[in-house]
Design a protein around this ligand. Structure first.
Ligand SMILES: C[S@@+](CC[C@H](N)C(=O)[O-])C[C@H]1O[C@@H](n2cnc3c(N)ncnc32)[C@H](O)[C@@H]1O
Length: 258
C-alpha cells in the first residue's frame, strides 16, 4: 500500500518545472521525461569523472518521491565536474574546508541519485534519507550502485528521516560535514519542518548545508526569509536556464549562525 504522509503531490508535476508569475499562474517549461505511468524507469547516468555509469530506478506511478527532479540533475553535474577540476568548481568553497572525504547526509533524497553520486565521486560515506515509505527504493538504488560507489572508496547507507522530528535527527547523530539536498523547497507546509531539521543539525555545529533549488513559486521567498534568521545563506552557483525557462537551478550554502 502506498503510504502518503506529508509529501502530497497533487499540485506539482515533477516532469515539469513551474515558475509562478505575479498572477500565480504556472508556466510549464521543462519536460525531463514523459514515460507511461505504472512503469519502472531505469535510467543510466554516465559520470565522466570516474568513467562509470550510475543506474537509478524511478517509479513514477508511486509519486513525486520516486522521480528525478531537475535540481538533482544539476547537483549531479556539479559533483562530477568537481571531481574533474576542483579548482574550477563552485563546490570547492565547501569541500576544501571539510574532512576529506567529507561525511555526508542527504535530506529528501527521492531516488537517491545525489547521495549516490556524491559517494562515487568524492569517495565519501553518505547517508541518504527520506520518508519511511521511500527508503525501500533508496535501498534498491544504493545496492544497484554499490560496485561503482565501492570502487571509489565510498559507502551509501539508507535511513528514514522525517523533517521536523527531533528524534530522527538525534538517531543520525552529528558526525557529518555536509548536508545535501535538491528540490526540497516546494510545498509551503513543509518549510517549517525542514527548517526545524536544519536548525537541529546546523546551529552550533560546523555542518554546512548545500541545497540545489529550482524556483517554482513566489511564496518560496518565505522559506528563504525564515532561513536567514538562523543561517547565513549564500549562492554558490546558478545554472544557465534551459529549455526556454526564465530561471536556472540555484545552489545555496547555509551555515548556522552563532
Ligand atoms: C521534490 S522531491 C525531490 C527528490 C530528490 N531530492 C530529487 O531532487 O530528485 C522532495 C523529496 O522530499 C521528500 N520529503 C517530503 N516531505 C518530507 C518530510 N516531511 N520528511 C522527509 N522527506 C520529505 C519527498 O519524499 C521527496 O523525496
Amino acid at each position: 500500500m502506498r503510504v502518503k504522509m506529508d509529501d502530497s503531490d497533487e499540485d506539482i508535476n515533477p516532469f515539469t518545472s513551474l515558475l509562478i508569475n505575479q498572477d500565480d499562474k504556472p508556466n510549464a517549461f521543462t519536460t525531463i521525461q514523459n514515460e507511461a505511468p505504472n512503469q519502472e524507469l531505469l535510467q543510466n547516468h554516465f559520470l565522466r569523472s570516474i568513467q562509470s555509469t550510475v543506474i537509478i530506478r524511478q517509479l513514477p506511478s508511486e509519486g513525486l518521491s520516486f522521480q528525478l527532479w531537475p535540481a538533482a540533475t544539476s547537483l549531479v553535474s556539479l559533483l562530477d565536474s568537481h571531481r574533474i577540476d576542483p579548482s574550477n568548481s563552485p563546490l570547492s568553497t565547501v569541500l576544501t574546508t571539510t574532512n576529506n572525504p567529507p561525511r555526508i547526509l542527504e535530506l529528501g533524497s527521492g531516488t537517491g541519485i545525489v547521495g549516490i553520486v556524491a559517494a562515487a565521486t568524492l569517495g565519501s560515506n553518505v547517508t541518504i534519507t527520506d520518508l519511511p515509505h521511500v527508503v525501500a527504493n533508496l535501498q534498491f538504488n544504493a545496492e544497484a550502485n554499490a560496485g561503482v560507489v565501492g570502487s571509489s572508496g565510498g559507502v551509501v547507507t539508507c535511513a528514514p528521516l522525517r523533517w521536523g522530528h527531533a528524534a530522527d535527527v538525534e538517531r543520525m547523530g552529528s558526525e557529518f560535514d555536509v548536508i545535501l539536498a535538491s528540490d526540497v523547497v516546494y510545498h509551503d507546509h513543509l518549510y517549517e519542518p525542514l527548517l526545524e531539521t536544519l536548525r537541529l543539525m546546523l546551529v552550533g555545529n560546523k555542518i554546512v548545508f548545500v541545497m540545489a533549488h529550482m524556483r517554482r513559486w513566489k511564496k518560496e521567498s518565505v522559506f528563504f526569509k525564515k532561513a536567514k534568521k538562523h543561517f547565513d545563506v549564500d549562492v554558490l552557483h546558478v545554472d544557465t536556464p534551459c529549455n526556454g525557462s526564465r530561471v536556472g537551478v540555484v545552489v545555496y550554502r547555509f551555515v548556522g549562525k552563532g
